[in-house]
Each structure stands twice: as structure tokens, then as C-alpha cells.
Ligand binder design. Structure first.
Ligand SMILES: Cc1cc2nc3c(=O)[nH]c(=O)nc-3n(C[C@H](O)[C@H](O)[C@H](O)COP(=O)(O)OP(=O)(O)OC[C@H]3O[C@@H](n4cnc5c(N)ncnc54)[C@H](O)[C@@H]3O)c2cc1C
Length: 195
């Protein structure tokens, strides 16, 4: 069943990433890491069906999406970028295979960080040793890793592969990171990613 949800709040996270908040419909349930297919209440875009991940926690009274806007794509997110408070999203039922299975390493590319926002919010207290490493693929800036997340970088930064790995991002990145982790000895069953 699809829900028509009016936007109650819009916040800029970066110059092209925006957070949209909605009141949660009665009985709506999801687990951290799940997504839903989304359209907007505008002619031609109600059945768009692009997946976005819930970035609020299940216990909150609100639902939230964190969305990267691509004005140059002439697609759904260009339309979403023009929405105002009071406009509505059409939100389908939650689905997805990314869920927290235990301590491990989270590897996110771009908007692929969204499933981990809800998971880390939920489990943050259980992870006092959480360490964050930012990798810039283009810029070479002091204090940041530079390049693509490849086998050599994973070996250097992660080392121990006897743990869970949560991988989310563009499909080619998921494929190459998973391959590299397996080559480094990670158990394929310990790799958590959207299939
Ligand atoms: C499970 C899952 C969860 C996701 N969660 C989130 C999330 O929480 N937040 C988030 O921001 N994204 C998320 N995404 C990604 C999101 O669904 C799409 O990336 C986003 O909808 C693309 O928006 P668009 O405006 O390009 O729309 P689309 O309507 O998909 O694309 C419109 C047009 O853009 C063009 N286009 C597409 N890609 C490119 C490109 N690389 N270069 C040039 N033109 C291009 C094509 O012509 C396409 O027809 C998720 C994806 C999945 C699979």
C-alpha cells in the first residue's frame, strides 16, 4: 500500500543533499537500513518508484529521507529539489536486506551512506569505538584518504577481515569492494549489501 505523506520539514545537509521529514502514518513499521519506493504527488511522478532509505529510527514519530538532488539528470530528484513544506511524497512499503548483524566495518559511497545513518543511530551506544575515515576519490586533502576504496586501501585501513562488512553505494563500487574483501579473506556470508 502506498502512503501519501506531506512534508513537515526540509533541511539542507550539504549543497546538494536534503533531509525531508514527514509525520509517520499509524502502524507504519520498518527496520534501520530498509528503503521504500518513492514518487511525489505531481503529475507524471506519482509512480516514479525510486528507492530511498529511511534515515529516522523506527521509534520516532516521524519518517525521514536524506536525498541527493541531481538537477542535471532531468529525473525524480530534480523534481524533489523543488518541493516545499506541505507538498507530498508517495511512499511504498519498506523493503531491503541491509540490517545490522553485529559489529563490523561500514563502507559507503556517496548517498550509499543512508542505510547506515539509521543503523548507526540505533546501535551507536553499542559502538563506543566507532572510528570514521573519509575517503575523497578526487580531491587530495590533508586529513582525508585519497583515491578509490580498493584492495590495497582496505588491507591498509581495515586489516582484520574476520568481521561483518556493510557495503552500500553505486553498483560498481559494491561489486569491486566485495571482490576485494573476499580476496582479503572475508567470509562471503559476512558481507551485508543490497542484492
Ligand atoms: C536500495 C536503495 C536505496 C537508496 N537510498 C537512497 C537514499 O536514501 N538517498 C539517495 O539520495 N539515494 C538513494 N538511492 C539512490 C536513488 O534511488 C537514485 O540514485 C536516485 O533516485 C537517482 O535520482 P535521479 O534524479 O537521477 O532520478 P532518475 O529518475 O533515476 O534518473 C533520471 C535520469 O537521469 C539520468 N541519469 C541517471 N544516472 C545518471 C548519471 N550518473 N549521469 C548522468 N545522467 C544520469 C538518466 O537518463 C535517467 O533516466 C538508493 C538506491 C537504492 C537501490
Amino acid at each position: 500500500m502506498a502512503h501519501k505523506l506531506a512534508i513537515s520539514k526540509i533541511e539542507d545537509v550539504t549543497h546538494d543533499v536534503r533531509q525531508f521529514t514527514f509525520e509517520k502514518p499509524e502502524g507504519f513499521e520498518f527496520t534501520p537500513g530498509q528503503a521504500a519506493e518513492v514518487g511525489i504527488d505531481r503529475d507524471g511522478w506519482r509512480d516514479a518508484g525510486n528507492p530511498f532509505t529511511f534515515t529516522a529510527l523506527p521509534g520516532w514519530d516521524e519518517l525521514q529521507f536524506t536525498i541527493k538532488i541531481y538537477p542535471e539528470h532531468d529525473g525524480l530528484t530534480e523534481q524533489i529539489g523543488t518541493l516545499k513544506v506541505g507538498d507530498s511524497f508517495i511512499v511504498g512499503e519498506p523493503w531491503g536486506t541491509i540490517e545490522y548483524k553485529g559489529k563490523g566495518t561500514f563502507i559507503a559511497g556517496g548517498a550509499g551512506v543512508t542505510p547506515f545513518i539509521a543503523i548507526l543511530r540505533d546501535e551507536f551506544d553499542a559502538m563506543p569505538g566507532l572510528e570514521t575515515i573519509h575517503v575523497l576519490s578526487e580531491e587530495d586533502k590533508s586529513g582525508f584518504e585519497h583515491g578509490l576504496v580498493d584492495k590495497a586501501m582496505l588491507e591498509r585501513l581495515v586489516g582484520n577481515t574476520a568481521q561483518h562488512f556493510y557495503v552500500c553505494g553505486p553498483d560498481p563500487m559494491i561489486e569491486s569492494v566485495n571482490d576485494a574483501l573476499k580476496q582479503l579473506g572475508a567470509d562471503p556470508h559476512a558481507l551485508v549489501f543490497e542484492q
